[in-house]
Design a protein around this ligand. Structure first.
Ligand code: PLP
Length: 244
């Protein structure tokens, strides 16, 4: 197998390995700096546009979580992922009519922002005899065209979602607005962390605040310093995305 790899593929594998090690070290350093252990932080790779052979190479290096953000792309790659030691999650905007296609295939859906979507996830999970973990996506920057629930509606959505069958709320996710400064960016992360802590303290039924998923290629270290325990890194690991 290995000797058949093209030079191009070998170059990609090499840079993914270098990037993987660098990101893992940065995550570990940020974890320690924020008073936690490296293993407290979950490193999820955002794999959109990345071909399965490259994703599987990253998995062979120790990657344990991958996330796709389009249903069609996930399905087209699904049979090729090497998922024996790796969990596949859904991290993108999810249309209700597509839920049925991913239930049973993903270990967690990170982007739940409405009761309608949660209800469909519950319904399809019951139908398939599985339990689905979810995160509630928060629109922390109150951006008009962005997915996510607004802060003031979060508790209500959490409570109603938690009451549904075969769904387990495991935490919160956000994609903050694009900011001009690191300070401004950090404020959104910090605000999310406060929400996360407040909700943890409320001990709502069937809600466990296990994951605070925030931080991407440009800001995952800052996100960890602000309290994130799951980061979603794409281009920093796999290189710039080429949309075909
Ligand atoms: C693409 C994507 C990421 C990763 O983005 P990068 O900037 O490439 O690291 C993280 N989260 C979601 C939801 C994504 O779609």
């Amino acid at each position: 197998m290995t000797e058949k790899l093209s030079q191009e593929m070998r170059d990609i594998f090499y840079s993914v390995e270098k990037n993987y090690n660098e990101i893992a070290e940065n995550i570990a350093a940020a974890a320690i700096k924020s008073g936690r252990h490296p293993e407290d932080i979950t490193f999820l790779a955002a794999t959109k546009t990345v071909e399965p052979a490259v994703i599987n190479h990253a998995i062979s290096l120790g990657l344990r979580y991958i996330g796709e953000n389009k249903v069609q792309e996930l399905l087209s790659k699904y049979d090729e992922y090497d998922l024996d030691n790796c969990q596949l999650q859904f991290i993108g905007h999810l249309q209700t009519n597509k839920v049925r296609q991913i239930i049973g295939r993903v270990s967690m859906i990170q982007s739940v922002d409405s009761l309608k979507l949660a209800t469909e996830i519950s319904k399809q999970s019951v139908k398939n005899g599985v339990n689905t973990d979810i995160l509630i996506e928060v629109n922390i920057g109150r951006e008009e065209n962005k997915s996510g629930v607004l802060e003031e509606n979060l508790i209500e959505l959490l409570e109603k979602t938690a009451a549904l069958d075969n769904i387990k709320v495991r935490g919160l996710m956000t994609i903050p607005p694009i900011c001009d400064s690191k300070t401004e960016n950090y404020k959104f992360f910090d605000r999310m962390n406060k929400l996360f802590i407040d909700i943890s303290a409320k001990t709502l039924d069937n809600v466990s605040m296990d994951f605070l998923s925030m931080g991407m290629s440009e800001d995952y270290q800052d996100a960890i310093l602000a309290g994130a325990n799951m980061v979603r890194v794409g281009s920093r690991l796999f290189g710039a995305r080429i949309y075909r």
